[in-house]
Every structure is written in structure tokens, then in C-alpha cells.
Design a protein around this ligand. Structure first.
Ligand SMILES: Cc1cc2nc3c(=O)[nH]c(=O)nc-3n(C[C@H](O)[C@H](O)[C@H](O)COP(=O)(O)OP(=O)(O)OC[C@H]3O[C@@H](n4cnc5c(N)ncnc54)[C@H](O)[C@@H]3O)c2cc1C
Length: 465
């Protein structure tokens, strides 16, 4: 029975919020809490990229401020998580460690080991569901196996969707009895060396209050028209909540609840909630098929004749392919750490199909440059594009970057915004690489679309052998 005077360590990880945070909420009931964030990039499945480090810096700062308002301080530590947690418990007399669960393969293994060691040391360990509507183990098909197709997966999840409401932030939390040393945020060196954060600052407000504003703005202004507008990169048709979700500044349960409260009668069947479902599906796949982070889910893709071509990879990364929509997307990514989903699909398809460059190179670049870089969604997005994943786009369906631009950026506004060399070109000339006036140093197309298409289809034959 709780004496309400215990000290509990709350280990913050990808749940940088005080609202709807089950580990924090339960720990606050026990008495005193020690909130801690441990920077241990070498324990991650993939060391966080530059853009996510930038976000993390600001998100930790924001969490620190929120916790201070509740009456406590976030302790920052670096190095091995287990050593830090044990030392903190020794120094403070903490009797338990609580955290919200994560699902990446190496992290799961690490967390299991840590839980085991802490329990052996006599501490209470409690872990909670906080970042998914349904955890991977809760969902299985009729044969008791993981799903590999999205539609039945999501139908099943919707049936299980419960009406639980988000938890409030604790009113006030009691700090530990002893004062603790904390590493300075600047010592984590999360901010990029180049002046890159500057353009990101203009676009994003990392942290829980920023997430709450983005959610409110989306529900009020864009949710109704989401299904119609979500594919047009030059509109504010999508929620831009992905980095907030990635860092747990908002939970999917809070999003679900806001949709319910919004008065929209079909929120449950909405296209928007099903996109949250794709995020859940990504975690389901990552959990059950952890090798897909580096290897194809469909083994026949091991035979695919990928090409190594560093100059072309570089042209793609820098937005210098000569295909205006591809270049606009890659430059938006570089400038803001984000790219619209439609354009992600086009640029990813260009890399793996037009250039035949392995999707892993694309996934690595996204990992380093996306503020929402997330192991589950990124792996799923690339395997989907390459045709090698679950419920993936068939490889032989090859996006034409020109017709994609005509369809989804009909006036060319998105292209003009991100490719200044083309600001003087209007639609329809702007879509057609061969018609674009290159007087302003805009590159010639690095491949010809129909030749690249034929080459890709031939390469695909190898997977059928
Ligand atoms: C090659 C490729 C790589 C991707 N890498 C990532 C990644 O690293 N991190 C990431 O969060 N998303 C990734 N996505 C998915 C998607 O592009 C982004 O989630 C979306 O663009 C985020 O913008 P938004 O928040 O405005 O989305 P909205 O359209 O407003 O959707 C709401 C939320 O649903 C989730 N979501 C939407 N679409 C998808 C999807 N296709 N797959 C999984 N979740 C989705 C996101 O959490 C998103 O914030 C990738 C897609 C592709 C094609």
C-alpha cells in the first residue's frame, strides 16, 4: 500500500509532456518524484540525426519549464541509462522507477534488461502505454499472427478503440528531499554546428504547448477538409503534428479525444484518424519484423540490383535532380526538417526507381534531416515506396514526377517557393524539366523519365527470378 511519501524516478524518453503522461501521473500519486532525461544515443537503434537533436534540445527546454511550474526540476544526465538510474536511486532513496514504453528493437531489449536489474536491486518498476492507441502485442489477426495489410489491421484496431480519456497533468508534484546535480542542456551539444536551426525556428515550436496549439489549429481550421486537401503540398491541409508525436509532446489518445470533442460526427472513420493508424501500423510492423529496419520484408527484394551512384545520390540530397517537384521537396526538407507526405512519396520513389539507389540511403538521409525521423514510420515509408514492405506500393507503379507535380501542385506555387531559380517560370512550363529555362543555373534532369522507368522495370524482373 502506498504511503504517499515514496520517491519515484520518472524516466522521460519519447514522452516529453506532462499531460496524459501515465508514468508521471502514477508516480505523482506515490509522493515525491524525480523526473530524469538521460541522453544515451549509443543505446538507440540508430543514433538520433541532426534535425531530431535540434528538436530534442528545444523540447527538453520546454519540458523543464513545464515541470518547474509543477514544482520540480528535470534532472539531465548523459551516459549509460542503467548506471544513471541506479545512482539516482541510491542518491535519493527512490523506491521505484516508472516509464512509458517504447517499441524499437534495441530499446525494448535494453529496457527489459534495465527493468530486470532494477528489480534485482529491490526497486519497483512500472511501465505504461503512452504513445500508441494499441500496442503491437494487443493486436493480432484471426490466426494469432501479426497483420501485414493495413486495412484489416486498422479495422481491428478501431474495434478495440476504447473511450479512455487523456490524463490531466499532476496538479503539483513534490520534489525529492535531496538536491540533485544536473547536466546543463548545452552540454548535450544537441544544437547543430551550422546555422540550420535558424530556418527551423521560424517554422516550428517544439514542446508540449507548441503541440497543443498545432492540434487546436488543425482541428479548427483544417480537419474538415483534410481528405480533400491532404495531398496538396502548398496548402496547410495536414496537421504537421509528426515531430510533436515523435517526441511525445502530444499523445495519440489526446488527438483521438480532440477529434471526438470537436463535434465532427464521423471522426472515427475519418481519413485523419486512419493516418494515425498508419503510424500505429508502422510500430506493429517494427515490433514484429524488427529486421526490416535494414532488410526487406519481402526476401525476393534481396535480389534487387541496386546501383551505387554517389554523385546522383548527392544531387538528390541537395535538390539538384532537375525534376522541379523532387528538388522542391528535398530543399523544403533541408530548410525546415519536414516534407509533405505526397512529396516524400515522390522523392522516395525517384531515388529507388529512377535512380535505382537503395532505399537505405534514402532512409539514412531522412533520418538525419527530418525533425519527425521515427524508426517505425521511416522504415515503413521507405519499404512501402520500394515495394519491399508490408502492404507496399507495387514496385512496377512508378510515379512520374512531372504528372505528380501537375496533379498536386497545379499552379506550381510549391515549386516556386522552394526552387528560387524557377520563380520566373509559370505553370505548365514549370512542371516539364525539358521546357524549363535553365538560364538561372537550374540543372538539367539527371535521368530521362522514360529511360529510367524502363530500366526500373527491368531491374524489378530480377526479384521475380
Ligand atoms: C519515405 C517516407 C518516409 C517517412 N518517414 C517518416 C518519419 O520518419 N516520421 C514520420 O512521422 N512519418 C514519416 N512518414 C510518413 C508521413 O510522411 C508523415 O508522417 C507526414 O508527412 C507528417 O505530416 P503531418 O503531421 O502533417 O501528417 P498528417 O497528414 O497530419 O497525419 C497525422 C499524423 O499521422 C501520422 N502519419 C500520417 N501519414 C503517415 C504515414 N504514411 N505513415 C506513418 N504515419 C503517418 C503522423 O504521425 C502524422 O503526424 C514517411 C513517409 C514516407 C513516404
Amino acid at each position: 500500500m502506498s504511503t504517499n511519501d515514496q520517491t519515484i524516478i520518472v524516466w522521460f524518453r519519447t514522452d516529453l509532456r506532462i499531460q496524459d503522461n501515465p508514468a508521471l501521473f502514477e508516480a505523482a500519486k506515490e509522493g515525491r518524484i524525480i523526473p530524469v532525461f538521460i541522453w544515451s544515443p549509443e543505446e538507440e537503434d540508430m543514433s538520433p540525426g541532426a534535425a531530431t537533436r535540434w528538436w530534442l534540445h528545444h523540447s527538453i527546454k520546454s519540458l523543464t519549464e513545464s515541470l518547474e511550474k509543477l514544482g520540480t526540476t528535470l534532472t539531465l544526465r548523459t551516459g549509460e541509462s542503467i548506471k544513471n538510474l541506479k545512482k539516482l536511486a541510491e542518491d535519493t532513496g527512490a523506491t521505484g522507477v516508472y516509464w512509458n514504453r517504447r517499441y524499437e528493437p534495441m530499446i525494448r531489449k535494453r529496457d527489459d534488461e534495465i527493468a530486470c536489474q532494477l528489480r534485482q536491486a529491490g526497486l519497483t518498476v512500472k511501465t505504461f502505454k503512452a504513445s500508441l492507441l494499441s500496442e503491437p502485442e494487443e493486436i493480432e489477426n484471426q490466426s494469432g499472427l501479426p497483420f501485414k495489410v493495413f486495412t484489416p489491421f486498422w479495422k481491428h484496431c478501431l474495434k478495440k478503440l476504447n473511450a479512455s480519456t487523456p490524463l490531466p497533468a499532476p496538479q503539483k508534484v513534490k520534489p525529492p528531499k535531496v538536491s540533485l546535480r544536473t547536466t546543463e542542456l548545452s552540454e548535450l551539444n544537441l544544437k547543430p554546428e551550422q546555422d540550420w536551426g535558424h530556418s527551423m525556428n521560424e517554422v516550428w515550436t517544439p514542446g508540449e504547448p507548441g503541440a497543443a496549439s498545432a492540434l487546436e489549429l488543425f482541428i479548427n481550421d483544417s480537419f474538415n477538409e483534410y481528405a480533400q486537401n491532404r495531398n496538396f503540398p502548398n496548402t496547410k491541409g495536414t496537421s504537421r503534428l509528426s515531430p510533436h508525436l515523435r517526441f511525445g509532446e502530444v499523445s495519440p489518445r489526446q488527438i483521438k479525444h480532440s477529434l471526438m470533442q470537436s463535434g465532427h460526427t464521423h471522426w472515427k472513420e475519418s481519413h485523419y484518424l486512419s493516418e494515425i493508424g498508419w503510424r500505429e501500423f508502422g510500430y506493429h510492423l517494427l515490433y514484429h519484423f524488427p529486421h526490416t529496419v535494414r532488410e526487406p520484408l519481402r526476401p525476393q527484394f534481396n535480389r534487387f540490383p541496386w546501383r551505387e551512384n554517389s554523385p546522383q545520390l548527392r544531387s538528390w540530397q541537395k535538390g539538384q535532380t532537375g525534376y522541379p517537384l523532387v528538388d522542391a521537396g528535398m530543399r523544403e526538407l533541408w530548410a525546415t526538417g519536414w516534407m509533405h507526405n505526397r512529396v516524400r512519396m515522390v522523392v522516395a520513389s525517384f531515388l529507388v526507381k529512377h535512380l535505382l539507389i537503395h532505399w537505405r540511403h534514402g532512409a539514412d538521409w531522412f533520418w538525419d534531416t527530418l525533425v519527425d525521423a521515427d524508426l517505425a514510420s521511416n522504415t515503413q515509408g521507405w519499404q512501402w515506396t520500394a515495394g519491399s514492405g508490408a502492404d507496399a506500393a507495387p514496385y512496377f507503379r512508378i510515379f512520374n514526377p512531372t504528372t505528380q507535380a501537375i496533379k498536386f501542385d497545379p499552379e506550381g506555387d510549391y515549386i516556386r517557393k522552394w526552387v528560387p531559380e524557377l520563380r520566373h517560370v509559370s505553370a505548365p512550363d514549370i512542371f516539364e524539366p525539358s521546357k524549363v529555362d535553365r538560364g538561372q543555373n537550374y540543372p538539367s534532369p539527371i535521368v530521362n523519365h522514360s529511360d529510367a522507368r524502363d530500366r526500373a522495370l527491368k531491374a524489378y524482373e530480377k526479384t521475380k527470378a
